[in-house]
Design a protein around this ligand. Structure first.
Ligand SMILES: CC(C)=CCC/C(C)=C(\C)COP(=O)(O)OP(=O)(O)O
Length: 347
């Protein structure tokens, strides 16, 4: 059942202990070799709901043309399950589907334009029209039909546009603009990675960590209120203290991806970008030591979110409290999904 979420109470017990989402308890180490992470547990597991969302997501992906010929792998990755785990405060399959479409389209942007050998020199050319699928370019009448053909000619653009259209049934304009901003930032991250890739450049650790805030799950996390069926006021989302906490959570969630996707990326051709690889190279340590240091960084980010969200929840609006709790729940669902998804565990 959907849960009434509560924000983290903070490591020092700010607020009441009953308000805590879950006691900090280490997640079990998995066969993937990822050590225990400081992370809340997933708050619900409803396999039937996850399957329902995944089935509908796959039907939609087939209509848009993304991952043609690879849909079996997408089905197995089970992004529907990710949505179900990460948004425990709704059991509305259609809301989960709308968020899932946006997430899968954003993932496809990465898979098609960054990872699948499209070539870094083409990345900017792809990202411009991809962004226009989310934030339409309004052309003079003479050129509009040709542009519209361009927009329909590429399955990733079709998917991005369709995902946003579905979300718009539930989101207010300010929430859609929030998503547009986060996706623009995401594409800055894609561009940065493309630049590194083209030069075979290994970033410094701070450079990589700042990048992972941009090239992160924030576009997904930012939808916590849309999926939950309430609206976090734009002013509170933009509050620098909220932004700091939420972006730290987003970076942590994405470092979970780095840790779980190491095996998949080892099998990929070209330069690998994940925190353990960057640390091993820049700090001249063993892969195991680099993983341990990455886990420490992840855990520090999660603990900081936990403490700062707890403090913000004491003075913020009810919507902010719920949003901070939604982000906390998203962290738990994200880790649970990564630890089980064949996208990372059967590479
Ligand atoms: C859903 C979403 C906002 C994805 C955008 C960014 C993205 C693909 C990740 C944060 C995952 O990182 P990575 O590029 O390493 O992805 P995979 O490991 O290939 O799943």
């Amino acid at each position: 059942a959907p849960r009434a979420l509560r924000p983290p109470a903070g490591p020092t017990g700010l607020g009441t202990s009953a308000a805590r989402v879950a006691p900090p308890r280490p997640a079990a180490s998995s066969a993937s070799g990822v050590p225990e992470l400081y992370c809340p547990p997933a708050l619900r597991d409803d396999p039937a709901l996850g399957r329902e969302v995944n089935n509908r997501l796959l039907a939609w992906a087939g209509e848009t043309g993304i991952y043609a010929g690879r849909l079996d792998r997408v089905r197995a990755a089970d992004f529907g399950r990710l949505m179900m785990l990460a948004h425990p405060d709704t059991d509305d399959a259609d809301r989960l589907l709308a968020a899932g479409k946006c997430a899968l389209a954003e993932w496809a942007t990465d898979d098609y334009y960054c990872d699948d050998g499209a070539g870094p020199e083409l990345l900017g050319s792809h990202l411009g029209p991809a962004y226009a699928a989310f934030d339409p370019a309004h052309l003079p009448a003479r050129y509009a039909p040709a542009w519209e053909r361009e927009m329909r000619a590429d399955p990733v653009r079709v998917a991005l546009r369709s995902g946003l259209e579905h979300l718009a049934r539930y989101a207010e304009p300010s929430q859609l603009n929030r998503l547009r901003h986060e996706v623009a930032v995401l594409y800055v991250g894609y561009g940065q990675e493309g630049s590194w890739r083209s030069r075979e450049y290994v970033p410094t650790v701070p450079e990589y960590l700042a990048h992972r805030q941009f090239n992160s799950f924030l576009p997904c996390i930012a939808l916590a209120d849309v999926v939950g069926g309430y609206t976090l006021p734009a002013g509170e989302y933009a509050d620098p203290r909220v932004r700091r906490a939420v972006t730290m959570a987003a970076t942590a969630a994405t470092l979970v991806n780095d840790l779980y996707s190491m095996t998949k990326e080892h099998h990929a051709t070209g330069v690998e970008f994940n925190l353990p690889t960057v640390i091993a190279e820049q700090e001249r340590c063993s892969p195991r030591e680099a993983i341990e240091r990455s886990v420490e960084i992840h855990d520090e980010l999660v603990r900081t979110y936990e403490a700062e969200a707890a403090a913000l929840a004491l003075t913020g609006s009810p919507q902010l409290r719920r949003f901070l709790a939604g982000v906390w729940a998203w962290l738990g669902g994200n880790r649970a999904w990564h630890s089980g998804s064949p996208r990372y565990n059967n590479a």
